[in-house]
Design a protein around this ligand. Sequence first.
Ligand SMILES: Nc1ncnc2c1ncn2[C@@H]1O[C@H](COP(=O)(O)OP(=O)(O)O)[C@@H](O)[C@H]1O
Ligand SMILES: [Mg+2]
Length: 387
Amino acid sequence: MARTKKIRVGVLFGGRSGEHEISLRSALTVMSAMDPGRYEIVPIGIGRDGRWFLRSDAIAMLRHAAPKLRALGRGGAPVSLLPEPQGRALVNAPTRNGVPATKGRAPTMPGPLDVVFPVLHGTYGEDGTVQGLLELAGIPYVGAGVLGSALGMDKDAQKRILLASGIPVVRHFALTRSQADEDARAARRIADELGYPVFVKPNALGSSIGISKVKNGRALAAAVADAFQYDRKILLEASCAGREFECAVLGNDRPEASVVGEILIKGHEFYSYESKYVDPEGAEVRIPADLPAKVAERIREISAAAFKALALRGMARVDFLARADLSELFVNEVNTIPGFTSISMYPKLWEASGVALPRLIDQLIELALGDARDRARLKFTYQPRTS
Ligand SMILES: Nc1ncnc2c1ncn2[C@@H]1O[C@H](COP(=O)(O)OP(=O)(O)O)[C@@H](O)[C@H]1O
Ligand SMILES: [Mg+2]
C-alpha cells in the first residue's frame, strides 16, 4: 500500500497574552489527539516574551507544566518565520546583538510547513496578528483569517457588526482612556444609564481577565481602573442575569453548528477566571443544555449567522447570555480560537454532536487547506483592459 505523505503541521502555543498558560493546556490536548500516522507535528512554543522556540520535547514538557498552569519553561531551539512566501519554513532565529541565538551548531530545521494550527488564545495569537504573519509567510492556517480574528477579539467592533446584522447583543457603551481622562464622570453616567449591576470589561481580552460585575456606583471607579490596566478601551454592559449557553461552529462558507451546551456557575458571581480555571468546582458544563428544541435550534441558527457576519472561518465558539425564563437571548461574544483543554466546551460540543477530537482536528486542518486551495485560484495581478 502506498504511504501518503504526512501533513507537516506547525502547532503554535504559549504566547504573550494573559492566556499563555491556558494555551499550553489546549495545545497539549490538540497535539495528543493528532494522528501520528497522518501528521508530522512541529511544536512551536512562544515564550511570554514573544520568542519562538522549536520544542521537540513539547508533549512531555506540557504534561508537566500545563496542569499546574505554569508558563512555558526554557528549552528548544530559537526559531523565526520570515514574512515571505518562498520557504514556508522555520529558520534559525537571527543573532541577537551579534551573539548567535543558539550556541554551537545550529539545529536542523523541519521542512516547509503545510499548515499551522495556532493554539493561542488572546492578544498576539487570536487577534489577527499571528494570522497576518502566516498570510505573509504563505502558510495555510487553522481558524479565522486576519479580519475575522481581529473582530473576534475586539468586543466593541464585534457587537457593532452583530447589531448591524440583526443579531441581538446586550446594551453597551465603549469608553476610551482618553475619554475617561477628559470627563471623569463619563463612566458614572453610562452606568446610571444602563442600570446596575453593570459589567465592566477590557475591550479586547479573554478568560474573564479584568472583568468586574459592579453592583453600585461606589464600586465603579475601581472596576474601571482595573479594566483600563489591560486595555485603552473598555466596555460597560447591561447585565443579563440568567443562563449561559455555548455553541460550537465548524466550517468555512457553509458553517455547521453543534448541539448547545450550558455553563452552570457554582459559588461565583459570574464566569470569572477563577471559576473557569482555578476552582475545580467553579462551573459545571451540561451537554446538551436542558432547553426546548426550538430555543436550541434558534441558538444554532444565530451561531451560524454570527459566524458568517463576522467573516469567520474554520471554527468558533459562540457564547450566549439568556434571561432565566429564556424570554431574551443575546450573543455575548465569539471566540475564534476556543479553549481546547481536556475539559473545554468546543471539543466536547463536537464530541456530543458525533465528531470526536481526532476527527475534529482532521476537519479543521482540511478546512484550512481547502480555503488555501480556493484562494490560490484568485488572481493577484491585473492586466489593464485595452479598448
Ligand atoms: N453583560 C453581561 N451580563 C451578564 N454576565 C456577563 C455579561 N458580560 C460578561 N458576563 C459574565 O462574564 C463572563 C466573561 O465575560 P466575556 O465577555 O465572555 O469575557 P471573556 O472574553 O473574558 O470570556 C461571561 O461568561 C459571563 O459570566
Ligand atoms: Mg467569554
